[in-house]
Each structure stands twice: as C-alpha cells, then as structure tokens.
Design a protein around this ligand. Sequence first.
Ligand code: NI
Length: 190
Amino acid sequence: MAILKIARMGHPVLSQVAERVDDPTDSEIHRLIADMIETMRDAPGIGLAAPQVHVPLRIVVFYVPGERSAEDEAEDVTLTALINPEIIPVGEDMNEAAEGCLSLPQLAGRVRRFSHIHYSGLAPDGSIIEREATGFHARVVQHECDHLDGILYPMRMDDLTSFGYAEELVKAPSTDTWDDEGENEKSEDD
Ligand code: NI
C-alpha cells in the first residue's frame, strides 16, 4: 500500500466527471482502494474520492464514526468502498452544516445537503451495496459522490460568508450556530 498525493482545489482532475469502473474486482482497482484508504487514514479524513488522488474513476471510500451516525441507525457504518455509486434523495428535506475537504486544506464552509438519501453501488467483490442514510452519514456520501462529478463543496454553498479558514470561523461571532450539530471538527475533513 502507499500514501498517495492529494489533489487540491484548482487541479483539473477535481473538476472533471469521473468514469465508471468496468470491473470492480480488478486487482488494480483493489490496489487503488487500499491506497485510498491508507491515504484517507493518514490525512486524516473520513472520506476520499478517487479523483482526489488524481484517478478519474467513480470510486469513493468513507467511514462514519459511530458517534456521528444518526441515532436511528441501527449500527455503525464501517469502512466502506463504493464503486459507481448512485444517490437518490428520500424526500426533499435538507439541512445545513459545516464541511471540510482534504482538497481544500484548513478551510470549511456550511453546505446544504439532503437529510435522507438512498444510495447504492458496487463493493470491491462485485456485490451490490444498498443503504439508506441520514444525518452525517448522508452528508459524507453526498460530499464524496459530488467529487465524482467534479463538484467541490464551495460550489454547493448558498452563502460564501461562512466559507473560510476553519480556525478563524470557530472564533467568529457570526457563526454562533457553527457547531450546533457537532459537525465542525476540523480534523475530520472529508
Ligand atoms: Ni472532499
């Protein structure tokens, strides 16, 4: 395994639409996924998309720590590698919370996301993954899958006044609702 270099905002690989993976069981794909997981853990982050390591393929990896899973989720979301993912919103409800991204180091901003989604894709063994997600879990999946379509979170922001350096934003009185959902830890960039 290897720790890969992470592309930062401005690199063209982050703004292109990634290609579907033909064979999830290919050994090259498995090696890439292993490297992505190692890179995500080293960063540290809780999610990473293949374009962030300069590979324009539709692959994401993520981990939702147990305490950040929604209360109504029966079990922790363990480390997941998802290939060719698809997201369908469940209902129209959205919520806003702070996000970071390993491709925008030290920065953060508040982003609206669907509160409840259904997502599917392939696992590295070729089996089908189908899940429903709410809260932080749903947010992470939406953020990571956006990377596959060349979308970075600032492009989703309604109000750029909440976009800035995470260390400064936590000090700013105008962001007094910053951590209302406990989602602002800057070390957990995704
Ligand atoms: Ni990101």
